[in-house]
Ligand binder design. Structure first.
Ligand code: KG4
Ligand code: ZN
Length: 345
C-alpha cells in the first residue's frame, strides 16, 4: 500500500511516499531554516508563505523520487495538528485537493505521534507498550504508547518546549538558529558543572515540564543580573561554552529523569513498558542520549531513537503512521480541520 504524507506544521515543507508503513520510497524536506534564521526563530506568516511557494514542487519531487505516478497512491495523509494553524492549512488544503482529485482516502495525523512513529521506521522488531518522549522546537511531552495508533498523554510542558529553550538561549548567546545543534556542539568544549542553573521538577511524581524559568536564569546570568556585578563577554568563548554546557545539562537532566519516572510509574501500575523511544529534533542531542543511558543504566531499559534525518520534521513519519490508521479504517473527510493545540483525543 502506497501512502503519500504531507507535513507543514512548522517550518519544514515535507512530502514522502511510504510503502506498507515501513519502506520509505521518497522523503523530501524543504527547510525554511535560512529564512527564519535571520529572526532567531520561526515567523509564522513567513512560514505560511514559504509553504505555499514550495508545496507543489515538493509533492512533484516526492512522487518522482519514489518512481511512481500519482495514480499509484492508495491514500493521502497529512499532519493536521498540532502546529501553526496557517502553516498546517497549506499542507491540509493540498492533501484534501489530492485526496479529492484522486478519489482516495484522506488520513489526519497528529504530528507528535508521528515523531514517535519515526522510531518504528528506524528499527525493526519494536514491541509495545513503550514510553515515548517527544522533544522538539514546539513540543515536550511524554506518552504511554500502547500500539502504533494508541497514545496516552502522561505529561507535557507548561510553557516553553525543550527545543524552543535551546533556540532562545542560543539567541541570548548570539549563536545563531536553530540553536539546538549549535549549543550541542559548543557545550562539548564547556564545563557542564560551571554554573548551577535551576532544574524545574514541578513536584514529586509530576511528569510535566517547565523551561521558561531556566531560560530566564540564563538571560539574567548572561546580563550579570544574578548578583554578580558584570555582564558576560560575548567574545569569551570559554565562558559562552560554559553557559551552553550548564544550560544543556539542566535541560537534559530533567528530560531524562522524568522519562525514567514515567517508565517506573507505568511499571508500578503493572503496564511494564518494553523500552523508551525518543522523537523530535532534540532527540539528536548528544548529551541527552548520554544522560538517558546514565539514568536508565541500573534498570537496563532499551532506548530507541529515530535515524538522524527522521528525528526532525519529515513526512515519512506522517505516511508511515497513516498506514496503521488506514488498516483500522480511521479515515477523515474534507471537513478535517487544522487544530493548533495538542488535544488528547
Ligand atoms: O522536530 P523538529 O524538527 O521541529 C518541531 O516539531 O518543532 O525540532 C526542531 C528543534 C529545534 O528547536 C532545534 O533547535 C532542536 O530541534 N534540535 C536540537 C538538536 N538538533 C535539533 N536540540 C538540541 N540538540 C540538538 N542536537
Ligand atoms: Zn516536529
Amino acid at each position: 500500500m502506497l501512502i503519500l504524507g504531507i507535513e507543514s506544521t512548522c517550518d519544514e515543507t515535507a512530502v514522502a511516499v511510504v510503502k506498507d508503513g515501513s519502506e520509505i520510497l521518497s522523503n523530501i524536506v524543504a527547510s525554511q531554516e535560512v529564512l527564519h534564521g535571520q529572526f532567531g526563530g520561526v515567523v509564522p506568516e513567513l512560514a505560511c508563505r514559504a509553504h505555499l511557494d514550495t508545496i507543489i514542487d515538493v509533492v512533484d519531487r516526492a512522487i518522482s523520487a519514489a518512481k511512481i505516478k500519482l495514480s499509484d497512491l492508495d491514500a493521502i495523509a497529512v499532519a493536521n495538528t498540532p502546529g501553526l494553524v496557517g502553516a498546517i492549512l497549506i499542507g491540509l488544503t493540498s492533501a484534501k485537493s489530492l485526496s479529492w482529485a484522486l478519489n482516495i482516502p484522506l488520513i489526519g495525523i497528529t504530528h507528535i505521534y508521528a515523531h514517535l512513529y519515526s522510531v518504528k521506521l528506524s528499527h525493526e522488531n519494536i514491541e509495545y507498550p513503550l514510553i515515548g518522549l517527544v522533544v522538539s522546537g514546539g513540543h515536550t511531552s511524554i506518552f504511554l504508547i500502547e500500539n502504533e495508533t494508541t497514545f496516552k498523554f502522561l505529561g507535557g510542558t507548561l510553557d516553553d518546549a525543550a527545543g524552543e529553550a535551546f533556540d532562545k538561549v542560543a539567541k541570548i548567546l548570539e549563536l545563531g538558529y536553530p540553536g539546538g545543534p549549535i549549543i550541542d556542539k559548543i557545550a562539548k568544549t564547556g564545563d557542564k558543572k560551571a554554573i548551577k542553573f535551576p532544574r524545574s521538577y514541578l513536584g514529586k511524581g509530576s511528569l510535566d515540564f517547565s523551561f521558561s524559568g531556566l531560560k530566564t536564569a540564563v538571560l539574567y546570568y548572561f546580563r550579570g543580573q544574578d548578583g554578580r556585578s558584570s555582564k558576560c563577554d560575548i567574545n569569551d568563548s570559554k565562558e559562552i561554552a560554559n553557559i551552553a554546557a550548564s544550560f544543556q545539562e539542566a535541560v537534559v537532566e530533567v528530560l531524562a529523569k522524568k522519562t525514567l519516572l514515567a517508565f517506573k510509574q507505568c511499571e508500578e501500575k503493572s503496564l511494564v513498558p518494553k523500552g523508551i523511544v525518543i522523537g523530535g529534533g532534540v532527540a539528536r542531542n548528544s548529551r541527552l542520549r548520554e544522560k538517558l543511558i546514565e539514568v536508565t543504566k541500573a534498570s537496563n531499559i532499551p532506548i530507541f531513537y529515530p535515524l538522524p534525518d527522521l528525528c526532525t520534521d519529515n513526512a515519512a513519519m506522517i505516511a508511515g503512521l497513516a498506514y496503521h490508521k488506514f488498516k483500522k479504517g480511521d479515515f477523515a473527510d474534507l471537513s478535517l480541520e487544522a487544530i493548533p493545540n495538542y488535544q488528547d483525543f
